[in-house]
Ligand binder design. Structure first.
Ligand code: FES
Ligand SMILES: [Fe+2]
Length: 440
């Protein structure tokens, strides 16, 4: 049955959203234009392209892009397109271009910053035409704006708009918290990432990330199984030797719904949000104590306490990032279609920290965030089922009513009320930002 086009102004109410927001291909196109191709989108970490000529491809909205390091060390973000006849400049995910890019079709070549270098047989073929070497249409097009914050590279395809720092606002804490936990104040990426294509709309993933109500339900069976193993190991282990790894999983069963309510969400402009708690834990095992010592030497006791005292479980940088800074995890969201979403799942190494601390991050990466873990599979099944349900005529609305009316408006941000960590405030905040962008 054909439907009337949906009226965008009537799609979003403070506590509910029309289902077409997730399923209508025209709305998806508009989202790409008005949100993803406007705002600051995460491209990657500069350590992904350490040498001159190194490049990494990525998608911003509907645009195939590449991030490349030049001989001068500067990072450019370019459209992955040859200005001659439109061929993609590089067809692989990442690599090294050598001293310049060379198009595989007719061998036009370009400097790392996208500027035209040479056109074969230029004089005989182009003299007297508009295709002069200094015509910008003969160079690869650049992203309108590129900024780097503590090694994290962002690009915006819009000429105007807030600076990266203005856009991120308090969500900067995601990158500060991650880097500050390194004795050298820096992180480096661990190549490579997992890629998962979810058969669901991109917003379903983002809404799930700060949904503190779901873990002890969705991941209950995973948590219980891990808890049983953990108990067996505890019986055999000497004191202080239990694997923290199993705790990462068993927490899904042992942190019950009422405990998740102890955490808090802090909702910021542009749809960004922080979930406090959980990761704020301070283990006292020998590996952690060795790390603490190095950190105290690097920063002094007072600053060390401030750094490890940052109480964050998760940060959403809307519309494209989910960051778990205390364990150096980052997931980038790349919408591919109204019902297809690519997630890139990365993790990082704290420069200067002991190997055991990195192993902890790797364990979390493999056990909780990777496509191989049951946790991820639990979520993916829900995402697919949500998208299927929303594509049906079984109802018109998605509701975000939990603890609605109890949010606390503070200066410039909205907090979930005390003991309301499972509030749907983050989803309300994301959709508020969505509606603002879409009205623009
Ligand atoms: S399309 Fe690239 S050189 Fe012709
Ligand atoms: Fe989950």
């Amino acid at each position: 049955m054909l439907r009337e086009p949906i009226d965008l102004a009537k799609c979003v109410e403070p506590d509910r959203v029309r289902r077409e927001v997730y399923t209508d291909p025209q709305i998806f196109e508009l989202e790409m234009q008005r949100i993803h191709e406007q705002v600051w989108i995460y491209c990657g970490h500069e350590s992904q392209v350490p040498k001159a000529g190194d490049y990494y491809t990525l998608q911003i909205g509907r645009q195939p892009m590449l991030m490349v390091r030049g001989a001068d060390g500067k990072i450019s973000v370019l459209y992955n397109r040859c200005p001659h006849r439109g061929n993609m400049m590089v067809g692989d995910r990442h690599g090294n271009a050598g001293e310049f890019f060379r198009c595989s079709y007719h061998a036009w070549t370009f400097h790392h910053d996208g500027k035209l270098r040479q056109i074969p047989m230029y004089e005989s073929g182009y003299t007297g035409t508009r295709f002069t070497r200094d015509n910008p249409d003969c160079s690869m097009k650049k992203a309108a704006r590129v900024e780097v914050y503590r090694g994290f590279v962002f690009a915006s395809l819009a000429k105007d708009g807030p600076t990266l720092k203005e856009f991120l606002g308090p969500a900067l804490v995601a990158f500060d918290d991650m880097c500050d936990r390194s004795p050298e104040g820096e992180v480096e990426v661990v190549p490579n990432c997992f890629r998962v294509i979810q058969h669901s709309n991109w917003k379903i993933f983002l809404e799930n990330q700060l949904d503190a109500l779901h873990p002890s339900v969705t991941h209950q069976s995973t948590g219980r199984a891990a808890h049983n193993v953990e108990k067996e190991l505890e019986k055999k282990a000497k004191k202080g030797e239990t694997a923290l790894k199993y705790h990462m999983l068993s927490a899904f069963a042992t942190v019950t719904i009422d405990k998740w309510d102890n955490f808090q969400t802090i909702n910021y402009p542009h749809g960004h949000c922080v979930l406090t708690g959980y990761m704020g834990l301070r283990p006292q095992d020998p590996d952690t104590l060795a790390y603490d010592k190095i950190m105290i030497k690097a920063y002094g006791q007072k600053r060390f306490e401030e750094i490890v005292g940052v109480n964050i479980h998760h940060v959403i940088v809307y519309p494209g990032l989910s960051v778990q800074s205390p364990l150096q995890q980052l997931r980038a969201i790349r919408p591919l279609g109204v019902d297809r979403t690519l997630t890139e799942i990365w993790h990082f190494r704290l420069k200067g920290a002991p190997e055991a601390i990195y192993r902890r991050s790797l364990a979390y990466y493999n056990l909780v965030n990777s496509p191989a873990t049951l946790v991820n599979a639990d979520d993916l099944e829900n995402f697919w089922k949500c998208h299927q349900g929303l594509s049906s005529d079984g109802g018109d609305w998605v509701t975000f009513g939990r603890h609605f009316g109890h949010d606390i408006d503070k200066d410039g941000h909205v907090e979930s009320a005390p003991n309301c960590g499972t509030s749907e405030a983050p989803m309300r905040n994301q959709m508020k930002a969505w509606a603002e962008y879409m009205r623009a």
